[in-house]
Design a protein. Structure first.
Length: 317
């Protein structure tokens, strides 16, 4: 009798253990991806804030190394040859990626890791919401409230005065955020996300090469700068996206969008710990408003994951 009861419970126990393994894998992948996204800001700031490399070369190395890693992983996981895409569908996405990456690098010459992360993240979300409004979608009450709160938070963070960040750098980071929002919107219809991201990185790298050649006379490159740029592209961009795309099918759109709210505060925390950056009073005041407002807007809208750009796959929640 005891043996029979034990045997009948075995499948249930196995299912429970299997569920725990799946959930642990999901948590590990999600934490790895979010940490990579936050470290992107730190690597960029560490390289460019110290003058170890110029922004143009950093962008080129980041996109090229990211394209290499993503391309190798995409090729190894591809089950069949992808359908060829028309040039007109690749160029806009590559341009949007480039217009994110270069201003992102230029801005981090003078912005702290935390401030830059909050600005770019906020502008991505505003772009997504704005796109919906332009397409005829009505703004729900919670979306409007959240959007207003987040905008006030951004205004507090970037307003002129004591402890004010460099406004030109803020503008550049805002351009990066809008471009990433556009890239995210295009990514929803770009095909399998890993392959699409690898293709777009590869297509954006020549644009970065052209820009770096234009500014070659002012180029400034050191070994440490090249290492940081390569790490930003190959590890925190390339492997970060791989981890995110592996975790995404197990998450609902709302969960995927909400967990991304951890990226800006994580970047701020790591900036303090690893780069000895100061936490300003305006950042402490603005950060909860930006994150809280975006969270309210996402929940009110029926949240969609937007950072990085993803394509909903069969099997995603």
């Amino acid at each position: 009798m005891d043996s029979s009861r034990s045997d009948s419970a075995t499948p249930v126990s196995r299912l429970e253990r299997g569920g725990c393994v799946v959930e642990s894998r999901l948590i590990t992948l999600t934490l790895a991806a979010l940490t990579c996204f936050a470290l992107n800001s730190l690597l960029c700031r560490a390289a460019l804030g110290t003058g170890a490399i110029d922004a143009w070369t950093f962008t080129l190395v980041r996109l090229a190394s990211g394209a290499l890693v993503l391309g190798l992983i995409a090729r190894s996981t591809r089950r069949q040859s992808p359908a060829p895409l028309a040039l007109k569908s690749i160029v806009p996405s590559a341009a949007a990626l480039f217009l994110y990456a270069l201003p992102f690098s230029l801005a981090y010459r003078r912005l702290s890791a935390g401030t830059g992360a909050f600005v770019v993240f906020g502008c991505v979300q505003f772009t997504m919401i704005g796109s919906g409004l332009l397409s005829g979608k009505r703004l729900r009450r919670l979306e409007g409230v959240g959007l207003a709160v987040a905008l006030v938070g951004l205004a507090i963070l970037t307003r002129p005065g004591e402890e004010s960040p460099d406004l030109w750098s803020v503008a550049l980071m805002a351009i990066a955020g809008v471009s990433w929002g556009v890239y995210s919107l295009r990514g929803r219809t770009a095909g399998p996300p890993l392959q699409a991201t690898a293709r777009n990185f590869a297509a954006a790298a020549p644009l970065a090469l052209f820009a770096s050649l234009l500014f070659w006379p002012s180029a400034q490159v050191s070994a440490s700068g090249l290492i940081l740029a390569t790490a930003s592209g190959a590890i925190t961009s390339g492997l970060g996206y791989v981890a995110w795309y592996a975790a995404l099918p197990a998450m609902s759109p709302a969960r995927a969008a909400i967990v991304q709210l951890a990226v800006p505060p994580l970047a701020s925390f790591l900036g303090v710990v690893l780069l000895a950056e100061a936490v300003t009073s305006r950042l402490l005041m603005a950060a909860p408003m930006i994150l809280g407002g975006i969270a309210i807007a996402l929940l009110g809208a029926g949240a969609q994951p937007t950072v990085p750009p993803v394509v909903r796959q069969r099997g995603s929640g």
